[in-house]
Design a protein around this ligand. Structure first.
Ligand code: AMP
Length: 542
């Protein structure tokens, strides 16, 4: 027997319809690339998205066409996503922090047909597009007054292009499994791999994200996605914030501590999200300026492990709740969030921080397990670690073009490449990337745990731990440290600081000081480069 309920396809543009109807006056505020703060409402944003869709269709784009964007978080970028989706085309975000050749490779692989680009990235696009013959037209997110001289093919100012449409348009009726968006993984090894979101997966993911035990979003929130729309689908915020009618604050291209602070305060942001590097800059600004966070209630931190000292600072010094989150481009991207369960109600101080160090538990819609190398499931005891595998309706079942098929098994479990353990309460903690874990005498040492402890030292700005070849133990940990400006920490003192906090045999064999640690285009420590840099390093114990 079948249920007798309606077929109501889960389509992204229905989210914007809902936002415009129920929360039409709520604002989407942007720090524009041209400079001034620009204010719009959801009702206006929907009207403009309809014009985007109408114009795209008039220009001959349609179902399944990949339309690239090389842009910061702005209302224009957001309405373009919805307009693209409204004709069944696919938004394809490009990460401007990649090398031009890599971006060209990705665009050719996706066979992009059109590019929306911010003023900031016009010079970058001019370098890339001669290598991408499939792109015949470029729309620059600006108006005629700010339109630069450019060699870009078929370049037109967005506002001029949009002004040709009257907005008398109806979204296409689509199957909910139609592709909606595309994002390539960073590919630290091998070629980048394309993840293809569907309308259905984006809508279900947004419903997961807004739940009270996840991001807990509502129409009473003002949400600032500092995490760029080009990084892992903006953590779903482009869909989840409009779904609940939260005010949105789009920071444009200025992500330094002072600029982020200014928007948090003037726009009364209650919830924000980004990688730890961004929050490091904000906290440094707060420290040097003596400013306070008057309105911020929650900060969602993920993309790489949130250092304990960061959680402590936000929560104790500024009264802001930290929600540590873990996810992947392949998971739309949320996989787990560290909000508290009733069993933690009486925890305080260090015991509470111990839990908040974990990446948290999976919301409904994400299944999770850890296995050994032979695919045997490991117990949820908070210490036995193994390969972390996931599945769910917003988890990829394949990469575009069939790359990386070995990461997916017959039962749809996706091997994340992360090493983790899960505790009795279901809280997962990432201990490493499988390729970064240090194998010392056959036992595993978690580099993330050592790094987290090291950045707790008052003189340490950033820390990375890598395995260095050792004649007896195969590999031993080396701690690489960027000192805080003006500080010169002592090697032995740093090692003493770690002592007693981890098993004795986990303690690094040496400490190296550097001016800078290399990062990937999504802000993660680039361990491959670092390992290469220290390949010949002689440990004192070797
Ligand atoms: P991306 O797809 O670029 O977001 O990268 C996903 C990877 O980032 C994951 O597989 C993890 O290795 C890492 N990652 C994301 N969030 C966290 C976190 N909270 N703690 C540790 N690693 C994380």
């Amino acid at each position: 027997m079948q249920g007798l309920m309606q077929e109501w396809p889960l389509l992204c543009h229905k989210i914007l319809d809902h936002a415009a109807r129920q929360h039409g006056e709520r604002e989407v505020v942007t720090r524009s690339i041209e400079g001034p703060i620009v204010r719009q409402t959801y009702a206006q944003l929907r009207s403009r998205a309809l014009k985007v869709a109408q114009q795209l269709q008039r220009d001959g784009y349609g179902l399944g066409d990949r339309i690239a964007t090389l842009a910061w978080n702005t209302a224009r970028h957001l309405e373009a996503w919805y307009g693209i989706n409204g004709i069944g085309a696919v938004y394809h975000t490009l990460n401007p922090r990649l090398f031009p050749d890599q971006i060209a490779w990705i665009m050719n692989h996706a066979e992009d047909k059109l590019l929306f680009v911010d003023l900031t990235f016009v010079p970058l696009a001019e370098k890339i597009l001669p290598q991408v013959p499939s792109v015949k037209k470029v729309i620059v997110f600006t108006d005629a007054a700010h339109m630069p001289q450019t060699t870009l093919p078929g370049a037109v100012a967005y506002e001029d292009w949009l002004a040709q449409a009257d907005g008398d348009f109806q979204w296409l009726a689509l199957d909910e499994n139609t592709a909606s968006g595309m994002c390539y993984t960073s590919g630290t090894t091998g070629d980048p791999k394309g993840v293809v979101y569907s309308h259905r997966s984006n809508v279900l993911h947004a419903m997961m994200a807004v739940q009270p035990d996840a991001m807990g979003l509502s129409s009473r929130d003002a949400v600032m996605p500092v995490v760029p729309m080009f990084h892992a689908n903006a953590w779903g915020l482009a869909q989840s914030a409009p779904m609940v009618g939260a005010k949105m604050v789009m920071p444009g291209g200025k992500l330094d501590g002072e600029s982020v602070y200014e928007l948090l305060d003037t726009e009364k942001v209650s919830c924000t999200a980004a990688v730890p590097t961004v929050w490091l800059m904000l906290l440094q600004y707060l420290e040097s300026s003596g400013k306070k966070l008057h309105y911020l209630k929650r900060v969602i931190i993920g993309g790489s492990a949130c250092p304990r000292a960061m959680t402590e600072k936000f929560e104790r010094d500024f009264g802001v709740e930290v929600i540590h989150a873990w996810g992947m481009t392949e998971m739309s991207p949320l996989g787990s969030l560290c909000t508290m369960k009733p069993q933690h109600a009486n925890l305080a101080g260090d015991a509470l921080l111990d839990v908040k160090q974990k990446q948290g538990f999976a919301p409904f819609g994400v299944e999770m397990k850890v296995t050994d190398d032979d695919n045997n499931e490991l117990p949820w005891d908070g210490k036995t670690f193994g390969r972390l595998k996931v599945r769910g309706p917003a988890v990829a079942r394949a990469y575009y073009g069939g790359a990386g098929y070995e990461q997916f098994d017959d039962e749809n479990w996706f091997d994340t490449g992360d090493v983790a353990h899960i505790d009795e309460n279901g809280y997962m903690q990432v201990t490493d990337r499988a390729k970064d874990v240090i194998k010392s005498g056959g036992e595993w040492i978690s580099t993330i745990e050592l790094e987290n402890l090291a950045v707790g030292h008052p003189d340490v700005a950033e820390a990375a731990v890598i395995g260095v070849r050792h004649p007896k133990w195969d590999e031993r940990p080396l701690l690489v440290v960027v000192p805080k400006p003006g500080k010169q920490p002592d090697k032995q003192e740093l090692l003493n600081f770690l002592e007693g906090k981890v098993a004795k045999w986990w303690l690094p064999d040496d400490v190296a000081f550097v001016d800078e640690i290399p990062h990937t285009a999504t802000g993660k420590i680039q361990k491959t480069t670092l390992r290469e840099q220290f390949r010949q390093y002689q440990l004192p114990t070797a």
